[in-house]
Ligand binder design. Sequence first.
Ligand SMILES: [Zn+2]
Length: 357
Amino acid sequence: MSEGPSAFRTLAGRLFLGLRGDRLLHRAMGAAGVVLMFHRVRAAAPGWTGTGGLSVAPDRFRALLASLARDGWRFADLDAAVRDPAPGDRRPFVCLTFDDGYADNFEAALPIAREFEAPITVFVTTGFTDGTAAAWWLVLDRAVADRDRVALDLPGRSPIVLDCRTPETKRRAYDTLAPMLRDAGPEQRQTLIAAIARSARLDPAALTRDAFAGWPLLRTAARDPLVRIGAHTVTHPRLAALPHSRLVWEVATCRQRLRDELGVPVLDFAYPYGTPDSFGPREAQAVARAGFRLALATTPGLIAAGPRDPFALPRLGVGPADDAISARVRMGGAGLALEAVRSVRAIRRPPPRVSHA
Ligand SMILES: [Zn+2]
């Protein structure tokens, strides 16, 4: 691949930031700040992985925070997302949030955040901490990465066998099975995870235990003034697919479990998956009734300066491909603005001719 366009983008990004373009555009779009979403902060694992998009390398995480601090962004906790700024403080805020409850959030990200006195909020899936639920994406990732084929043999259904010999077939296998696991109900998902683990000779409980923070680590972290613990359900389901009673149980039990174990207030919630097909008004109402003051989605956007819905706050996800420049350009709203321009152009363009060949 030619380096030209990417070098140009980097140069354009540098010019944009040099002119404080992100902060100006941010203000022009009527935004008060931004909530960034991370999952894991750790060096990229060697070999094939289907979940590489969840990890940001520690040096990139530090570079992004350094770049923000240098240019006067204000690191804030999630209070900033629901309260009006203090009079006279015109600096845009940035909140750092981490989904699922990975141990590396405290072991790798927190020490870096502390260098910048940046608060972090970690959304914990209590079933992962308790060892009563397994993170399906970790099981699927290992199964596809380690094996030449993954078989799914379920009672009453014809077996599915997926080839995993090349990076391409691994990707295809992961992308075929991931939606099944994501959309399955709680019991059906357990069955699917067990079947994949059996086929690949994996221990889902061990994989989950190794990746996520246990209660001792969470207890220590919860006492840190820079750390807030938020709720992310018990089993990480797609809430919109659940019956109402199970939805209420997932939201309320998670909050109660965190309060009992950690002895701290738990005020903030993040919807698992966070996409428009994973929550709506019914889920927002359940979260509000459980006593939370705000809920975060994963729909991309900035936090408006004016009135906003505290139970559907947008975020910008930061992934491994984001360096300080690309993340900052998107934070300024440039990415969103470009997408808006692109979609307007797409509407203006004449519809494509349908080929019947
Ligand atoms: Zn999650």
